[in-house]
Design a protein around this ligand. Structure first.
Ligand SMILES: NC(=O)c1ccc[n+]([C@@H]2O[C@H](COP(=O)([O-])OP(=O)(O)OC[C@H]3O[C@@H](n4cnc5c(N)ncnc54)[C@H](OP(=O)(O)O)[C@@H]3O)[C@@H](O)[C@H]2O)c1
Length: 249
């Protein structure tokens, strides 16, 4: 597969490493500042050889990059987060140009399968009054946001399947927690690339489900899986829809 990388920061480089190890070809590294880029601009020339674009840049650049890719008739996989308020406009452009877009806030295959396991577990444990549920996430000390986007999504999934929990509490509690509150705790320390747990607890036992990321390579593997899938397709898809389609094949 011939790939144009849009954004050549930490993730762009990670995608390149994994892509080369899988025998893919990088036709362009498009980045306004990176010294190792091949071109600063997304243009007809810079993407002409590519079958698909993979975009990991910055929130303020993503919308323009997706729309430009669509107008240049290139399908695009987008890992950049923080632009979703413009999703309907972007969707309209992609459909109008008859191209395809796959987007996800987390392209880790393990995390996306973990979401499904957490949903099924929450549905099971919620049927038994003695079980309570809580969440825990741990990230490196440089992480800017808290709780993580992945933790928020995981929490929403658990709440959707555990009807007794209706409110999320992320602060320190100086009172007993109410039965309808879901306590989500964030720890910032050391170098954790990302650890997310859902914990079910009863008088008899504890069941802990934990996803532990080892590196950024997992995001790159998922983005490449999506890129392989999207070549030759049309439409707008989440990574979860890609996985659903792959599992049914
Ligand atoms: N979906 C997922 O699985 C996943 C996983 C990890 C990260 N992310 C997200 O992916 C994004 C990138 O993360 P990262 O860690 O790679 O960040 P990063 O190291 O800061 O890299 C972003 C790169 O994009 C470049 N860029 C800025 N404007 C651009 C434009 N108009 N066109 C092309 N490139 C442009 C930046 O260039 P300069 O800084 O040199 O200007 C930088 O080299 C973030 O939004 C992050 O939250 C998503």
């Amino acid at each position: 597969m011939k790939i144009a990388l849009i954004g050549y920061g930490k993730m762009g480089r990670e995608v390149e490493q994994v892509a080369l190890s899988k025998g893919h070809v990088i036709t362009a590294r498009i980045d306004p500042l990176s010294g190792e880029r091949t071109t600063p601009h997304l243009s007809p020339e810079s993407v002409s050889d590519a079958e698909v674009c993979i975009e990991f840049s910055q929130p303020q650049a993503a919308v323009e990059n997706i729309e430009k890719s669509a107008r240049l008739k290139k399908n695009v996989v987008v890992g950049t987060t923080g632009w979703y308020e413009h999703l309907s406009r972007v969707e309209a452009t992609v459909r109008q140009e008859n191209t395809a877009l796959v987007y996800a806030p987390n392209f880790s295959l393990g995390v996306n399968l973990f979401y499904r396991i957490a949903a099924a577990a929450a549905a099971l444990f919620s049927r038994f009054e003695d079980y309570d549920v809580s969440g825990l996430e741990m990230h490196h000390r440089k992480k800017l946001d808290s709780p993580s986007g992945t933790a928020k999504k995981l929490t929403q999934i658990v709440l959707d399947h555990f009807p007794r929990k209706r409110e999320v509490v992320t602060d320190c509690l100086n009172r007993p927690i109410r039965p309808d509150e879901f306590h989500l705790v964030s720890v910032r320390s050391g170098h954790f690339p990302g650890t997310h747990s859902v914990v079910f607890d009863s008088t008899a036992d504890t069941v802990e489900l934990t996803h532990t990321a080892r590196s950024r390579a997992g995001f790159a593997f998922g983005a490449l899986l999506a890129a392989e899938w999207v070549v030759g397709r049309k439409g707008v898809y989440t990574f979860d829809q890609v996985l659903e389609n792959l599992m049914q094949a």
